[in-house]
Ligand binder design. Structure first.
Ligand SMILES: NC(=O)c1ccc[n+]([C@@H]2O[C@H](COP(=O)([O-])OP(=O)(O)OC[C@H]3O[C@@H](n4cnc5c(N)ncnc54)[C@H](OP(=O)(O)O)[C@@H]3O)[C@@H](O)[C@H]2O)c1
Length: 213
């Protein structure tokens, strides 16, 4: 697949590297593509460009930017470049205020998630929430003694979720589909839970697993 990754931070480069590792074509995008020179130098198979270049390039688009900038990044990517495409949304709506006793603060409410806002604003894109509930170092083929961890996903388009489930299979995850975009109200706060041991005890090496009978 051709994958356009919007972002220049740790999540964007980690996922870009994961897609390259699994044989996909990748273009990484930033407002200032010069920022991506270092990544390009060590990943000769990867391409770089603006958010719009990366979104146009991708059959699948990954959104991996600061939560408060997600709308702006998609606007710059261009509605027509996103239309009909799977957009994997890894963003968390973390506010700029400091955590309270290890608990991150969000700028959204429990009755409306960031992903629902983005899906409303970019109605023709097929958003799927994924990769937001684990730290970047564990996103690609994580190895845990307890077996494969679970990635919780949601989104309104069934085909799009099938595509993302296929990617998660390649990336060594078990997928739990939690339904439509509203489920992001529960999936986005998993990032708060994931970060608490980190902020309180400097423990950042875990992932969630859903146990079933
Ligand atoms: N770090 C983790 O381990 C982790 C794990 C799971 C989920 N997440 C979520 O994944 C997302 C990316 O996290 P990150 O740590 O890799 O990076 P980040 O520092 O949260 O975001 C960096 C990206 O945000 C973009 N950005 C910042 N302000 C912008 C603006 N005003 N307009 C457009 N774009 C703007 C930057 O674009 P430019 O390239 O143009 O500067 C850059 O690509 C976040 O939403 C985060 O909550 C992070």
């Amino acid at each position: 697949m051709k994958v356009g990754v919007l972002g220049s931070g740790g999540v964007a480069t980690t996922l870009a590297n994961g897609f390259l590792k699994h044989g996909h074509e990748v273009m990484l995008g930033s407002r200032t593509p010069e920022k991506l020179k270092e990544w390009a130098a060590t990943n000769s198979a990867g391409k770089t460009g603006t958010f719009a270049d990366a979104a146009e390039f991708g059959e699948v688009v990954v959104l991996a930017v600061k939560g408060s900038a997600a709308w702006e990044a998609l606007r710059r990517a261009g509605e027509s470049n996103l239309s009909g495409k799977v957009v994997i949304d890894s963003c968390n709506p973390i506010s700029d205020e400091p955590p309270a006793n290890g608990v991150l603060r969000f700028f959204t409410t429990l009755n409306e998630s960031l992903m629902e806002q983005l899906q409303k604003q970019f109605a023709d894109a097929r958003l799927v929430k994924a990769f937001n509930s684990v730290g970047a170092p564990f996103m690609i083929n994580p190895q845990f003694e307890g077996g494969k961890p679970t990635m919780f996903i949601c989104g309104n388009n069934e085909e799009a979720k099938k595509t993302v489930t296929g990617i998660l299979d390649q990336f060594g995850w078990e997928t739990a589909d939690m339904g439509g975009a509203e489920a992001a109200r529960a999936i986005e706060p998993l990032c708060m839970l994931w970060c608490i041991p980190g902020f309180l005890r400097n423990e950042w090496t875990h992932a969630f697993k859903l146990l079933r009978k």
